[in-house]
Design a protein around this ligand. Structure first.
Ligand code: UD1
Ligand code: CA
Length: 460
């Protein structure tokens, strides 16, 4: 039996440079809070326990994250990274391997962490370090003549010689709980910042002859932290480029991988094509051969094989049937289910409606709370009047019905199968199957009618 894994996530810091009212780790990257990315990386390691050390922003953080399974440990005041881990220490399982992560380093990969956890389970200390072109601000990794790590010196405490070291501490480390507890008890704040430095445990470990094994991320972006809006924006681009790269590898055509935003999960079948400036939110599934035109926003949508979404569509909480054609400029709202080969055209809004096989709603319509049968044709400007000011009512349109342009269907209402509704009608009662129903003033011609003409003033 290997030691249990406990993960401590440090997230109590202020994040002053974000200049925000929102706690830093709640700022979103790819649509999710920074901390949610770190928690996802932590979850992937299947730990026995996750402790999040929080402080700045107060209870807002645990409330926003809604994770009852996490041990939330409040650090007040915030006296440094060592002090933060001291607060979590009483909650750790004796004998656990402890992994320390930062709540503001969101792109750390599970594979990198797995290697570190293995080392800690074997009783050694794993330290994640990286060489940076500009190491300013970071703690420097001090090694002895044999190349062994002997300690970490913080930038503000470093000598000129130490400042020249380009190998820095990422802050992420893994070590056995039993050893950590002893070292934490001995931390002091006698340093340039008057803080309890977690990094001082490295020096203690080295002095006691413990094995310290430096690990390295596969890419620099894994260990980049967010301290400012500019860093957040840069990391967002890095992350989006990575996501786009993964889609390209899978065989998705992206007309410009730099102009795509995935804020959630996007699953694509074979030969999917995505044009520029599309945003995918929540969980989106695109079936084989689906094409998404430029400037579409899709949130929690399932699009079946062969469907085509033309440019400028906004689709949320909907299912789009196979070989359907949507847009340009369609808005499809939650609860809408389109069967195969539906055609939804420009400036059409659908809400909580079922649309049958090969039904066509091609121009300028609002269809809400409706059931539309197979092969129904809804003319331009048709409106389901689903709301009476107090309640919503349903409209049911039978198979093969034809609704003339500019019709208002005042719900609750049923239009029977094969019914035809004359253009410009306002229907307040059911239209029977197979018949023509219309409600409009009869057309009238007044023979010999003359337009009034302006009187010309006679000059005197
Ligand atoms: C820390 C490391 C430094 C490393 C750098 C990497 C220490 C003493 N220094 O420096 O070696 O190169 O990270 O970014 O550990 N936090 C708390 N409570 C606190 C203080 C911090 O929870 O009292 C959290 C912060 O929210 C943040 C993380 O710990 O997530 C790091 O804090 P930060 O102030 O950014 O550390 P640095 O001084 O930059
Ligand atoms: Ca930092």
């Amino acid at each position: 039996m290997s030691a249990p894994l406990n993960i401590v996530i440090l997230a109590a810091g202020k994040g002053t440079r974000m200049r925000s009212e929102l706690p830093k780790v709640l700022h979103p990257l790819a649509g999710r809070p920074l901390l949610a990315h770190v928690l996802a990386a932590a979850d992937a390691l299947r730990p026995q326990r996750i402790c999040v050390v929080y402080g700045h922003g107060g209870e807002r953080l645990p409330e926003a994250m809604g994770r009852q399974d996490v041990v939330w440990v409040r650090q007040e005041p915030q006296l440094g990274t060592g002090h933060a881990v001291q607060q979590a220490a009483p909650h750790l399982d004796p004998g656990a391997a402890v992994l320390v992560l930062y709540g503001d380093v969101p792109l750390i990969r599970q594979e990198t962490l797995q290697e570190m956890v293995l080392i800690a389970r074997e009783g050694a200390l794993a330290l994640l370090t990286v060489r940076l072109a500009n190491p300013a601000g970071y703690g420097r990794i001090v090694r002895n003549a044999r190349g062994q790590v002997t300690r970490i010196v913080e930038h503000k405490d470093a000598s000129a010689e130490e400042l020249a070291i380009d190998e820095v501490n990422t802050g992420i480390l893994a070590l056995p709980e039993a050893k950590l507890a002893g070292w934490l008890a001995r931390l002091s704040s006698a340093n340039a910042q008057g803080e309890y430095y977690l990094t001082d445990v490295i020096g203690m470990a080295a002095a006691e002859g413990e094995r310290i094994l430096p690990c390295h991320p596969a890419a620099e972006w894994e260990v980049l932290g967010v301290n400012s809006r500019a860093q957040l924006a840069a990391l967002e681009r890095t992350h989006q480029r990575n996501l786009a790269g993964a889609l390209l590898n899978q065989g998705v055509t992206l007309l410009d991988p730099a102009r795509l935003d995935i804020r959630g999960e996007l699953a694509c079948g074979q030969d999917v094509l995505i044009d520029v400036n599309c945003v995918f939110e929540g969980r989106v599934i695109l079936g084989d051969g689906v094409r998404v035109g430029a400037n579409c926003v899709l949130k929690d949508v399932e699009v079946a094989a062969g469907a085509e979404i033309l440019p400028f569509c906004h689709i949320e909480g909907a299912q789009v049937g196979a070989a359907s054609r949507i847009g340009p400029y369609s808005r499809i709202r939650p609860g809408t289910v389109l069967a195969a080969e539906a055609h939804i055209g420009n400036f059409v809004e659908l809400k909580a409606s079922q649309v049958g096989f090969n039904a066509k709603i091609n121009h300028l319509s609002y269809v809400g709370d409706a059931t539309v049968g197979q092969k129904v044709n809804i003319g331009a400007g048709t409106i389901t009047c689903n709301y009476d000011g107090a309640h919503k009512h349903r409209t049911v349109i039978g198979d093969n019905a034809f609704i003339g342009s500019n019709t208002a269907l005042v719900a609750p209402l049923t239009v029977g199968e094969n019914a035809t509704v004359g253009a410009g009608s306002v229907l307040t009662r059911d239209a029977p199957a197979g018949e023509l129903t219309l409600s409009r003033a009869k057309q009238l011609t007044v023979p010999g009618w003359q337009r009034p003409v302006k009187k010309v003033k006679s000059e005197t």
